[in-house]
Ligand binder design. Structure first.
Ligand SMILES: Nc1ncnc2c1ncn2[C@@H]1O[C@H](COP(=O)(O)OP(=O)(O)OP(=O)(O)O)[C@@H](O)[C@H]1O
Length: 606
């Protein structure tokens, strides 16, 4: 509701386990060769990271060896020769280090390309899977879940899963491969130096874990605030008409400013924690370097290692720090992905109970039979229809007439199989409705619901939405039958006029008539108009109904209405009250019966 902010739910507090991610196995299997190739390039990246460190060690040792020799020959004629040897040797080492750096960058680039691309492909496929599944779910599913929730699961949650499949996968594999290659190699060079240089790393891992944990919690809140802000702005502008007409602008400005302020506070705290993080990581890493130089120095004095080994170890320290930092990142991405996948799985597990038993696809004649049909809305428990029975002959026009909330629209929902009756039987052409293929049946029904929905597109495209492959003549004809032709003359772009968001640029009556044209273009065997002429004057209503009589010749028309004027034009009228059929017959018969219909006839001054 406008003004009551409904933040997009991006977190589900119910428990989840990593096993939720098993759903992704089919995608991982599909892209297994990509991931394996990615691992190969990760190995390459690390080999080309370790070799330069080894080359640096050799450079140091070479420098030291050459300088020692130079000391021996100082004062003699060999000075120039020693300098030449030193310089050429250095150039060779620099060239080799540059080559390794290039190869490392190349492997790293290819690894990211391969794994990230696979993650992007899986993200798109998962989105498609969810969207396809949404399309197959019944209307009752949509009344239970908000649009914000549906959107959050297909956008936010899938994005979190992608972060796990992409960056988290890269970080995890990167760290694992590096540890497997580097640690044994360091131990091989000098176990004692390895132990001391790695000593501060657990401290780094634990501090990073806690800081990141706190940071993610805050970021989560920040994200929720952002969603709140977005929803608020969206709701404000979609309800701008009401907002301005009720002069509530200042209240909304104040509310917006309050949400902005709390968003700012969260953003500031996230920035502050982020600011602590980098100096802390650098500090702990420096501690490791100090220990390496100190212990390494002692080892050099003892003759166990060379000066080059210290330089080499300092470089290894830098290589290992980032994977340590990313451990908590990976753990966090994994948790968030599992929570998100759980939310996605919840929807993917939803099944549509409205199915076809025999998948019959055939043209219908339009005979409709309701036998002792009852229906209670599952979410509210409201009994909308109470054991109702009636019959409509093929080609008949029938009005369903009654007070508001009496169950008229529910009959239309059951006929279009948007809901399933709890008991009783609904048949079309003496075949139980469940036997028909659902899409095949719906394609033969032209249903104009009470709340008209128009896409922000042209009038033409809104009408053509009802059918594949339509031509201009069919559109013009549907417009004429729906009584829209005179209105269209006032539009500068005729049927190419854009209707704006939900048809905001049109009058209520124009929107209703576009919806009728959309239904008529399908040339339906059964036409259901649910209060579809409530926004037009009785004269226009009369002329449209006369048109429909011609168009629907030999086809069944069900007109749901509160108006006697509409009902009186039909062959038969069903009068509903509190889910029961209280009267039925022709206009004349019902007037003669002097019941509810007659009373309403008098009230409406017909
Ligand atoms: N989607 C829904 N979920 C839960 N309850 C519903 C739903 N739609 C309608 N109802 C309830 O079912 C009852 C019958 O509603 P229905 O829309 O069929 O009445 P109606 O006769 O068409 O009313 P109106 O003339 O005002 O459109 C009402 O009490 C309504 O509150």
């Amino acid at each position: 509701m406008l003004g009551q902010i409904s933040a997009i739910p991006i977190k589900n507090s119910s428990p989840y386990t990593v096993s939720e991610l098993y759903h992704l196995n089919k995608y991982l299997r599909k892209y297994k060769y990509r991931f394996l190739l990615g691992i190969l390039f990760i190995v390459g990246t690390h080999i080309f990271s370790i070799i330069p460190a080894r080359l640096t060690k050799n450079t140091f040792d070479f420098l030291k060896g050459t300088l020692d020799t130079y000391q021996i020959f100082q004062g003699a004629n060999f000075y120039e020769i020693a300098f030449q040897i030193l310089f050429k040797g250095l150039l060779v080492y620099i060239a080799l280090i540059l080559l390794m750096a290039f190869l490392k960058s190349l492997c790293s680039f290819l690894m990211r390309q391969i794994i990230m691309k696979a993650a992007n492909k899986i993200e798109a496929e998962l989105k498609n899977e969810i969207y396809n599944h949404y399309q197959n779910l019944p209307l009752s599913f949509y009344t239970k879940h908000s649009t914000g929730d549906l959107m959050a699961r297909i956008v936010e949650d899938v994005n979190r899963v992608k972060l796990y499949l992409g960056p988290a996968m890269v970080f995890a594999l990167n760290g694992l491969v590096l540890f497997l290659i580097l640690i044994p190699y360091m131990i091989y060079i000098n176990p004692k130096l390895t132990l001391y240089s790695l000593f501060p790393l657990p401290v780094l891992a634990i501090s990073v874990y806690y800081i990141k944990h706190f940071l993610y919690y805050r970021s989560e809140r920040l994200q929720a605030k952002l969603a709140e802000l977005t929803t608020f702005v969206q709701e404000t502008f979609s309800g701008i008409r009401v907002l301005q007409s009720f002069a509530r602008e200042q209240n909304f400005v104040k509310n917006f400013s309050n949400i902005c302020e709390s968003y700012k506070q969260y953003a500031l705290s996230v920035t502050a924690i982020n600011a602590i993080f980098t100096p802390l990581a650098i500090g702990i890493n420096s501690l490791g370097i100090i220990l390496t130089v100190l212990i390494g120095g002692k080892e050099v004095i003892k003759g166990n290692i060379t000066v080059g080994n210290i330089a080499e170890f300092v470089m290894y320290m830098h290589l290992i720090t980032w994977p340590i930092i990313t451990i908590s990142l990976v753990a966090n991405f994994l948790q968030r992905a599992a929570a998100s996948q759980k939310r996605i799985n919840e929807f993917l597990k939803e099944e549509n109970p409205i199915v076809s038993t025999q998948n019959i696809i055939r043209p219908i004649q339009g005979k409709i039979t309701f036998e002792n049909v009852s229906f209670t809305y599952p979410d509210t428990g409201i009994r909308a229809l109470n054991n109702i029975s009636f019959e409509i002959a093929a080609g008949e026009s029938v009005a369903i007439f009654g007070t508001t909330g009496s169950g008229k629209s529910t009959i239309a929902s059951l006929l279009t199989r948007l809901y399933e009756a709890d008991s009783g039987a609904i048949s079309i052409d003496d075949t139980i409705i469940q036997a028909y293929n659902i899409a095949g049946l719906r394609e033969q029904i032209g249903y104009v619901p009470q709340d008209v929905f128009l896409f922000p597109d042209t009038i033409k495209n809104n009408i053509a939405f009802g059918k594949k492959d339509v031509n201009e003549t069919q559109i013009e004809q549907a417009i004429q039958y729906a009584g829209l032709d005179t209105s269209l003359q006032h539009f500068p772009n005729h049927i190419e006029t854009l209707v704006g968001e939900r048809g905001v640029t049109l009058s209520g009556g124009q929107k209703q008539r576009i919806a009728i044209a959309r239904a008529l273009i399908r040339e339906p065997r059964l036409l259901i108009l649910d209060n579809s002429l409530s926004a037009v004057d009785t004269k226009t209503e009369h002329s449209i109904l006369q048109n429909l009589k011609r168009v629907m010749q030999g086809r069944t028309t069900v007109i749901i209405s509160h108006r006697i004027s509409a009902a009186s034009l039909c062959n038969k009228i069903l009068v509903l009250e509190a889910g029961n059929i209280v009267e039925q017959g022709s206009h004349e018969e019902l007037l003669a019966a002097k019941g509810i219909y007659h009373k309403l006839y008098k009230q409406q001054g017909s």
